[in-house]
Design a protein around this ligand. Structure first.
Ligand SMILES: Cc1cc2nc3c(=O)[nH]c(=O)nc-3n(C[C@H](O)[C@H](O)[C@H](O)COP(=O)(O)OP(=O)(O)OC[C@H]3O[C@@H](n4cnc5c(N)ncnc54)[C@H](O)[C@@H]3O)c2cc1C
Ligand SMILES: NC(=O)C1=CN([C@@H]2O[C@H](COP(=O)(O)OP(=O)(O)OC[C@H]3O[C@@H](n4cnc5c(N)ncnc54)[C@H](OP(=O)(O)O)[C@@H]3O)[C@@H](O)[C@H]2O)C=CC1
Length: 496
């Protein structure tokens, strides 16, 4: 409800949420279920919000879903006690439960959830030749630049880099990674080897496996853009519909530089001044006049000329608007620390999604990762916590925080990650079992003291449900040895 005193608009609500990404919207939708009689105010810097649809339950903890961008009015229509305000939060006075918005209004809340996500952590600030990818706007900029490019350098070895190198066509890609093998955030050297042919092959549109469209964009960006904040992060299969074509002749041309970082980004003049010689890599670029707008010097001493650089080097939480005047406890990665009730260090302020860092002692096979799935799970759980505390109760930690579970697609393959899939936190004290069928599937299991701790399943293995159970029930598998991955044994029947 809005009340006005002098020129300032004041709005009072029981629950306020900042951020129209997946965490904020899921939180709003769930608050409507928990407290249908209370007013929920969602403040979104962008006029479109992100919502989950078509949730498909794969196992108890694994689900896949589509994501749609929709106008905020649609959410208001679907959830009548939710009001969406299109504005930027410029300041928080947590002590007095007040939010100050860019439209000059003030929101008084009883409980607040901050879901402002993150933004790309770029290798360098303010360099026009270095781009990050986060939202629809940044993708458009990337597409435009790529359209007139013959070579780009991609820095980083995580989700975005993997998707880019697979999708980009007609542009040579120099992929600079810190690690020994590609894609190390999501898989090990064995899986990287499995994927290697996909990097070398001609993966032009006709040769790629057909993909379903899972990401729906409601395009209002041209019509209205009034705030400076980044839009909500992209999500599952964002790359499917995005044309990523450069102007070189060869369709797919990737060169990986291992074990290196970017030391400097140089202009052509700086290259000359420093008397550096760019790599004489054999290029399949068609006509080329020999000079580049920018040069990248790597820590391995090599220098590459390129049209621009993509810094796919992770995200930093969007916390700046909330810090002045408030004593939030921040974690090492800059995220707002939250406890197992998703409470920050300040009373009545919660946080969910990419903006927060979980500081409770996690279940043995769960850890936080800045993913769409976890944004949804945390948004949902934050609503339950806010509603429970409002009623004077404690919330019970949701089951989804028992086991890390992520399903995605890389290089055209279904990829399922369960538990400590990369032996996270196990030191050297574990065993690995691997089964590979070239071009078809890659199955890796992490065992400790005979118990399954995690698994990577690439391809249509149909093993996710059985392995999820084996990780959750911690059955002693020592007696089975390598038989566990014997393709001639129907493992489902075995453990029923
Ligand atoms: C290119 C790309 C591909 C990805 N692919 C996948 C994938 O395949 N699978 C997966 O699980 N995850 C994926 N992710 C990660 C996933 O998108 C994020 O983890 C998830 O979207 C985070 O949701 P969020 O709601 O916390 O934040 P966001 O989606 O970033 O939303 C934050 C919202 O807060 C708003 N905001 C920020 N500051 C303010 C302010 N001061 N006032 C008002 N509003 C504000 C923003 O405008 C935005 O609407 C991908 C990310 C990227 C960038
Ligand atoms: N299909 C999916 O599930 C997808 C998920 N995402 C998510 O979106 C978010 C953003 O993706 P992305 O940017 O790829 O982030 P990620 O966190 O996935 O990967 C970042 C990568 O950059 C490396 N890195 C960090 N700093 C530097 C540096 N200075 N120089 C060189 N390399 C560096 C990291 O290595 P190290 O870790 O060793 O520091 C890591 O390999 C992530 O949360 C990601 O999980 C994105 C796309 C697809």
């Amino acid at each position: 409800m809005a009340t006005s005193s002098s020129a300032i608009i004041r709005r009072n609500c029981r629950f306020a949420i900042v951020g129209g990404g997946i965490a904020g919207v899921t939180c709003a939708e769930q608050l409507v279920v928990e407290c249908p009689e209370e007013q929920v105010l969602l403040i979104s810097a962008t006029p479109v919000i992100k919502a989950v649809r078509n949730v498909r339950k794969i196992t108890r903890t694994l689900e896949s879903f589509d994501v749609e961008e929709k106008p905020s009015t649609q959410l208001e229509h679907e959830c009548p006690n939710v009001q969406v305000i299109h504005a930027l939060v410029t300041k928080l006075d947590a002590q007095h439960h007040k939010l100050f918005l860019s439209d000059g209004s003030v929101v008084m809340y009883t409980k607040l959830c901050i879901c402002t996500g993150g933004r790309p952590k770029l290798i360098t600030k303010g360099n026009p030749y270095v781009l990050g990818i986060r939202d629809t706007e940044t993708v458009k900029l990337f597409q435009e630049r790529l359209g007139s490019s013959k070579r780009i350098v991609v820095v980083g070895n995580g989700g975005i880099a993997i998707e880019l190198v697979y999708e980009i066509e007609n542009c040579q890609v120099i992929w600079a990674i810190k690690h020994n093998s590609i894609g190390s955030t999501f898989f090990d050297a064995g899986a990287a080897e499995f994927f290697l042919p996909q990097l070398q092959s001609d993966t032009s549109a006709e040769n790629k496996p057909l993909k379903r469209t899972k990401y729906t964009v409601y395009d209002v960006t041209k019509k209205q853009k009034s705030c400076d904040a980044v839009g909500g992060a992209l999500g599952p299969d964002w790359a499917t519909d995005v044309v990523m074509k450069g102007k070189a002749e060869h369709i797919h041309d990737i060169h990986v530089e291992h074990r290196c970082e970017v030391e400097a980004i140089l202009t052509p003049d700086e290259l000359l001044e420093q008397k550096l010689t760019p790599e004489g890599l054999v290029l399949k670029l068609g006509s080329f006049d020999g000079s580049w707008p920018v040069y990248v010097k790597l820590t391995n001493g090599k220098v590459y000329g390129c049209d621009f650089v993509v810094s796919a080097t992770g995200v930093v939480p969007n916390v700046e608007s909330f810090l002045p005047g408030n004593q939030f406890e921040l974690s090492e990665d800059g995220g707002m620390s939250v406890n197992d009730q998703l409470q920050t260090s300040l009373p009545d302020v919660y946080a969910a999604g990419d903006v927060c860092t979980c500081t409770w002692t996690p279940a043995e096979h769960w850890f936080q990762m800045k993913l769409w799935t976890q944004g949804k799970q945390m948004g949902h759980y934050a609503a339950r916590c806010m509603a429970s505390h409002f009623r004077g109760e404690l919330a019970v930690l949701d089951f989804c925080f028992e086991l890390f579970a992520h399903v995605t697609r890389f290089f055209g393959y279904k990829v399922v990650l369960l538990g400590l899939y990369n032996a996270q936190g196990l030191g050297r004290d574990y065993e690995i079992l691997v089964r590979v069928t070239k071009g078809k599937e890659y199955v890796k299991v992490i065992l400790k003291d005979g118990r399954m701790m995690g698994a990577v399943l690439i391809g249509d293995t149909d093993l996710e449900e059985t392995f999820e159970n084996l990780i959750l029930n911690q059955m002693d598998l020592s007696a089975y040895g390598e038989e566990l991955l014997n393709p001639n044994i129907d493992i489902e029947d075995y453990f029923d």
